[in-house]
Write a protein that binds this ligand. Structure first.
Ligand SMILES: [Zn+2]
Length: 315
């Protein structure tokens, strides 16, 4: 998992490279509403996967094409799948600022972290990457390519040491930044997508994820200031997990607090504050104007905060 060029088990490297991590939908149950694979082509001699087309079904009849997937059967009706992506778009990668700060790559903590990482010791690399990251974030923007590379290593180190909740929180925060800076098909963006999917498979569903993150936030709240970056990040992940559980009002309230606190702690234009605001805007879209009274009220309060945030501020 620390070599982005190797295939993601059980897929071989070329099949991994032409696809992205994907979690299968639930099987069509008694309702007849679901999805089903059709076709069977491009069988890979190396890993045995084949490309199948997924359709959504209604009363077991295919009604709409969802997409093409590389599938490896795992016995019975089980399978592991990856979504096939068409030829990656070349994106221009923003120049990183490390050239202007050569001391960052020469920093002993960073060098030690890299050495452990090369030796496949992500757990031992983790504290050194965390220290190097603190150093970078003091001098570089949070979404500088040089910062993002270390952020990714910190999250991967947390994942490797089974800190799934905190790892998910990091991946949630940095993935939009990786997409923005490196593009959606860059190996770092793909490594983050793979890793967060792996973390979610380990945690096992939105309910367990929300419970895990609620516990993490409770610990954070005891130890940290309400404006601490870690608390903001973990609380934002909790908000998203609650959203995935359909706990809309709780989700919006958690995200509203993150947006309010992050704007005060970091400033409205900070790249992390921008990610949190986007998450809140997305959550508000889900409620629309109908829905449960508490959900609508939470969304109205969130929209007031978002409007204040976009309005020019008097002094
Ligand atoms: Zn293959």
């Amino acid at each position: 998992m620390n070599d982005e060029r190797r295939g993601v088990y059980p897929f071989c490297a070329p099949c991994t490279a032409s696809s992205i991590a994907w979690r299968p939908p639930d099987e069509a149950g008694a309702t007849g509403i679901g999805s089903r694979f059709y076709g069977h082509r491009d069988v890979c001699e190396d890993c045995g996967s084949s490309i199948r087309t997924l359709y959504s079904t209604y009363l077991w009849i295919p009604v709409a094409k969802i997409g093409r997937f590389r599938i490896i059967p795992t016995g019975g009706r089980g399978y592991i799948g990856r979504k096939v992506v068409d030829r990656p778009v070349q994106t221009v990668v923003r120049q990183d600022a490390v050239s202007a700060h050569p001391e960052l790559d020469g920093d002993p903590a960073y060098q030690q972290a890299e050495a452990y990482w090369r030796d496949s010791e992500p757990g031992r690399a983790l504290p050194f990457y965390q220290s190097a990251l603190t150093d970078r974030e003091k001098r570089l923007p949070a979404d500088d390519p040089a910062t993002l590379r270390v952020r990714l290593r910190v999250a991967q180190g947390l994942l490797a040491t089974a800190n799934y909740g905190r790892a998910i929180a990091w991946f949630e925060l940095m993935t939009p930044q990786l997409v923005e800076v490196f593009g959606p098909n860059h190996e770092l963006t793909r490594a983050a997508t793979e890793a967060v999917t792996g973390a979610r498979l380990m945690v096992g569903g939105p309910r367990s994820e929300a419970k895990l993150l609620a516990n993490i936030v409770a610990v954070d709240e005891q130890d940290l200031d309400r404006y601490d970056a870690q608390l903001l990040r973990d609380r934002a992940a909790l908000g998203r997990a609650l959203m995935a559980c359909g706990e809309i009002a709780d989700a919006i309230e958690a995200l509203t607090q993150v947006v309010d606190d992050s704007m005060q702690a970091l400033g409205a234009s900070h790249p992390d504050a921008v990610v949190y605001r986007t998450a809140l805007v997305d959550a508000c879209h889900v409620t629309g104007t109908r829905g449960r009274k508490r959900d609508v009220q939470a969304a109205e309060a969130a929209r007031r905060l978002l409007n204040d945030a976009s309005a020019p501020r008097g002094t």
